[in-house]
Design a protein around this ligand. Structure first.
Ligand code: 5GP
Ligand code: MG
Length: 175
C-alpha cells in the first residue's frame, strides 16, 4: 500500500533549523563536555545531522525505549538498548525525533537520572504540545506542530518512510 503524504517541512528547512539548534547547543555547552544520547530509532537521522553542525566535541550513545502497548497504554516502558558509556557526572543531551504524549521522554529522563549525570537536557526535532499527557518539555525544539501524524527524516509509519529527506503529514483515510 502506498502512503499518502503531504509535505510539511522540506529537507532544506530542516537543515536550516538543525544549524540554528546546533549553534545554541554549542554555545550552551561551550565549556562542558557533552554526551549525546540519540533515541532509537527515530532520533538517529536528526542526531547524525545535529552532531555534525555542533562546533564542540561530543560523544554519541543510544537508548531505546519500548512502550508496552496493546489495550491499556499504562505508559510502562522497557529499555531494550542502554548507553554503553558510564554516564555519572556527564552532561547528557537526549536527542529525540518527536515529543508527543511525553510518556517516552519522562521514562527516559527518569531512567537516565538514575545514572547520576551532572546535567540532563532534551532536544527534540518536533514537538506536539497539544498531545501532552505528562509534564515534560524539551530544552531545544526544532518545530512545534499541531496534532498531525508525520513521517520522514527518521520518523516511520510501521517502519516505513524513515528514509524520506523531507517531513510529511501522513493522510489517514477513513474507510
Ligand atoms: P510519546 O511517548 O511522546 O507519546 O511518543 C513517543 C513516540 O511516539 C515517538 O518517539 C515516536 O516514535 C512516536 N510518535 C509520536 N508522534 C508521532 C508522529 O507524528 N509520527 C511518527 N512517525 N511517530 C510518532
Ligand atoms: Mg515510532
Amino acid at each position: 500500500m502506498e502512503l499518502k503524504l503531504t509535505p510539511l517541512f522540506s529537507a532544506a528547512s530542516i537543515q536550516q533549523r538543525v544549524i540554528e539548534l546546533a549553534r545554541r547547543i554549542s554555545d550552551d555547552f561551550a565549556d562542558r563536555p557533552l554526551c549525546l544520547i540519540a533515541v532509537l530509532k527515530g532520533g538517529v537521522v536528526f542526531a547524525a545531522d545535529l552532531m555534525r553542525e555542533l562546533t564542540i566535541p561530543v560523544t554519541l550513545d543510544f537508548i531505546r525505549a519500548r512502550s508496552y502497548d496493546g489495550a491499556n497504554s499504562t505508559g510502562q516502558v522497557k529499555f531494550t538498548t542502554m548507553p554503553t558509556h558510564p554516564l555519572a557526572g556527564q552532561n547528557i543531551l537526549v536527542v529525540e525525533d518527536i515529543l508527543d504524549t511525553g510518556c517516552t521522554a519522562v521514562s527516559i529522563v527518569e531512567r537516565l537520572r538514575q545514572e547520576n549525570p551532572a546535567s540532563l537536557a532534551m532536544c527534540t526535532l518536533l514537538d506536539k504540545p497539544c498531545r501532552r499527557k505528562m509534564p515534560v518539555n524539551a530544552d531545544y525544539v526544532g518545530f512545534t506542530i499541531d496534532d498531525l501524524f508525520v513521517v520522514g527524516y527518521g520518523l516511520d509509519y510501521e517502519e516505513r518512510g524513515r528514509e524520506l529527506p523531507d517531513i510529511h503529514v501522513l493522510e489517514t483515510r477513513k474507510a
